[in-house]
Design a protein around this ligand. Structure first.
Ligand code: ADP
Length: 259
């Protein structure tokens, strides 16, 4: 990875407000080819907002976003054709079967020999028996497997995953984790959001911890630890706990000033 290499993910001064509420304060991020980058934070920290901005699903309130050199704000359709996205808690269309949905996605993504690819992924996720069941009648975990298969099927170099394993059993969590690690080993790049810190330890070579829409720290897992004894959970509680205390102090001071 050369110093001058163009980052696959680049956001400069990116911020997002929903009405008056600041969901993400201005931040900069770069992810280079071959990295496994994770964003971790508690519920409501801004993780999904972060990933939706980078993948062109949401427009930023300000800032520049370039993914694979594509302007994510101006050209979200071109962007979506070139990346894989596993959105949080979204399901495949209710009235399509896994085969129909995966064939649709594979055709849309110009996958060669798409029928064989669909069979490969149905088999990989153990979904053959459910191949002709409408997605509305699948379990949560089975629907998540269909969404993961749809993201993997065109084997995109750059994958964005939002809480990708929330509904998977431990066997498929491990299988998917290994697939993602192999994907990176073979030249892929991954941007992942989660509140499950275990994923950072096992998978990420770089991570950011966010809370209340702010980046509290970023770096490798070992960069973030104050000592070898500190676990990542300790780091998380230290940083997020401090940020909550700061927020509470700010609110109290705000109130006492008004009184
Ligand atoms: P996370 O993924 O870390 O749980 P989100 O990015 O989903 O967090 O949300 C960050 C904050 O933005 C939360 O306080 C949430 O309530 C708020 N938020 C998310 N989406 C919207 C929306 N469409 N309108 C208003 N507020 C939103």
């Amino acid at each position: 990875m050369g110093e001058t290499e163009v980052p696959l993910v680049k956001a400069v001064d990116m911020a997002k407000k929903y009405g008056d509420f600041i969901a993400l304060h201005p931040l900069n991020v770069e992810v280079h080819s071959g990295e496994f980058f994770g964003v971790f934070g508690p519920n409501g920290a801004g993780k999904s907002t972060f990933i939706k901005l980078l993948t062109g699903q949401l427009k930023p309130s300000k800032g520049l976003i370039e993914i694979l050199g594509i302007n994510a704000v101006k050209d979200p359709q071109k962007l979506k054709a070139n990346i894989g996205i596993v959105p949080e808690s979204e399901s495949p269309p209710s009235f399509l079967t896994p085969v129909e949905f995966l064939e649709f996605v594979a055709t849309l993504r110009n996958v060669n020999d798409f029928k064989n690819e669909v069979e490969y992924w149905l088999d990989w996720f153990g979904l053959e028996e459910k191949r002709n069941t409408m997605c509305k009648d699948l379990s949560k975990g089975q629907r998540q497997k269909v969404m993961l298969a749809a993201a993997f099927i065109h084997r995109p170099k750059l994958l964005f995953l939002d809480e990708p394993f929330a509904n998977l059993d431990p066997i498929y969590q491990r299988k998917c984790r290994q697939w993602l690690l192999d994907h990176v080993e073979n030249g892929g790049t991954i941007f992942l959001c989660s509140h499950v810190l275990e994923m950072a330890e096992r998978m990420c070579n770089r991570m950011a911890i966010i809370n209340d829409g702010k980046v509290l720290a970023a770096g490798s897992v070992s960069d973030l630890k104050l000592s070898n004894e500190e676990t990542l959970e300790d780091v998380f509680i230290r940083l997020v706990g401090r940020s909550i205390e700061d927020m509470e102090r700010f609110n109290e001071e705000g109130i006492s000033e008004e009184e």
